[in-house]
Design a protein around this ligand. Structure first.
Ligand SMILES: [Zn+2]
Length: 104
């Protein structure tokens, strides 16, 4: 399915080269709906389209939305906002991540 989406993204990019687009499939924002994550009252970030956002794991979502954010506070707020958006309890998530690292 992602292959089909990437092909659409390439076509979208040829039609609208001046627009930016989804970080995963490449669809231009004029052809798809962005998924905005608000990490503070007035600040939001859209790294992915809604289609891609809804079809990847929580770890992938965090990777895409935090890769352009460099300061720790913003990254932490972004992760919190993504977890909240996905209805995942933050303490439980970090506990599971710690366990995954230990078991590696
Ligand atoms: Zn996409």
């Amino acid at each position: 399915m992602i292959i089909f989406r990437i092909i659409l993204g390439l076509i979208s990019k040829m039609i609208a080269p001046r627009f930016s687009g989804c970080g995963r499939c490449g669809m231009r924002w004029c052809h798809t709906k962005e998924k905005t994550i608000y990490y503070s009252t007035f600040s939001g970030h859209f790294a992915l389209c809604e289609h891609c956002y809804n079809n990847i794991t929580i770890e992938e979502k965090i990777k895409y939305y935090t890769e352009s954010k460099h300061d720790f506070g913003t990254k932490k707020n972004m992760i919190s906002a993504i977890l909240k958006d996905c209805d995942i309890e933050e303490t439980q998530y970090y506990r599971e991540q710690k366990l995954k690292r230990i078991l590696k």
